[in-house]
Design a protein around this ligand. Structure first.
Ligand code: HEM
Length: 267
């Protein structure tokens, strides 16, 4: 019988499953090499934060669906705070020198953050979907099932556009019925609506600004990750099979919610 099913008193250890958690760090290098522990712990911590981010992103979508503006803003603020921690954590990994990383890098074989399904799930929620990213994972497994579900779900942007309609804005029908598998494209008609919001609607300006924070926070993580990769492996290819930093640089500077950026010149 597990602790949660028994009548045993709840303790810090059994509630948080500390024994199980501490058994999950299993270095592959001989010795093992000192820095491999940091590498494993930091990636596991990232995966836990990705889990929490997805939990909160689902919550924001729900709150937009039910028109709870302030709670949606509050949740976006939490998401942003987590993103700041995710960016700051890269500093810890940057204390590992290129040669320290080399002591165990070959043990990673083809393993790479490129294979993080939760990172892809976050991208899907934000509108950057890819069928190839789904089929990369084994059929029937947790990762594939979760990604497949998110692939067919509306994005946060779609939830936001429908929210604006409920707030009384004339979002064009073609935008409300857009193909949710496709990237979010700039729309002049949506920009007109957003300009109206920014001129007259302080409550929803706050919400828009939190979405911009989220967009900027993800972009900040991407930028800091590339710089960390450049300083750790230079121009070497990635373990995931890409060109490495060269590939990662192609993902920079892409706004997640283009309309929220494009309007700024006209405000
Ligand atoms: C020494 C540390 C690290 C190095 C050298 C490194 C290197 C790389 C490289 C070269 C790629 C490109 C794909 C490939 O492997 O070919 C990549 C992708 C990625 N890495 Fe890292 N990484 C490091 C740490 C981390 C950490 C701590 C995370 C946190 C989860 C992470 C998450 C990711 C993600 C999500 C991608 C996919 C990005 C995308 O496709 O846009 N990486 N990494």
């Amino acid at each position: 019988m597990t602790d949660t099913n028994s009548n045993a008193a709840v303790t810090y250890g059994n509630y948080l499953k500390v024994d199980e958690l501490l058994a999950l760090q299993q270095p592959r290098s001989e010795g093992p090499e000192h820095d491999e522990m940091l590498f494993i712990v930091i990636h596991q911590v990232y995966e836990l934060w990705f889990k929490e981010l997805l939990h909160e992103l689902d919550h924001v979508t729900q709150l937009l669906d039910t028109g709870e503006t302030h709670r949606a803003q509050h949740t976006l603020k939490r998401i942003l705070t987590i993103l700041k921690v995710l960016v700051a954590q890269l500093d810890i990994l940057e204390t590992m020198t290129p040669r320290e990383f080399l002591t165990f890098r070959e043990r990673l074989q083809a393993a790479s953050g490129f294979q993080s399904d939760q990172f892809r799930q976050i991208e899907f929620v934000l509108g950057r979907k890819s069928e190839a990213a789904v089929t990369r994972f084994a059929a029937g497994g947790r990762a594939r099932t979760a990604l497949q579900k998110r692939y067919t779900e509306p994005t946060l942007w779609d939830a936001f556009l429908h929210y604006l309609v409920r707030e009384g804005y004339a979002v064009p029908a073609d935008q409300l019925a857009r193909d949710i598998l496709q990237p979010i494209q700039p729309s002049e008609a949506v920009q007109q609506v957003l300009i109206d919001v920014y001129r007259h609607d302080a409550k929803n300006v706050e919400l828009c600004e939190r979405l911009v924070d989220l967009d900027e926070g993800i972009q900040e993580w991407r930028y800091r990750h590339v710089k960390m990769v450049e300083r750790t492996i230079g121009a070497k290819p990635g373990t995931g099979g890409s060109a490495g930093a060269g590939y990662l640089r192609t993902t920079l500077g892409q706004n997640i919610f283009p309309d929220l950026w494009d309007i700024r010149t006209r405000l």
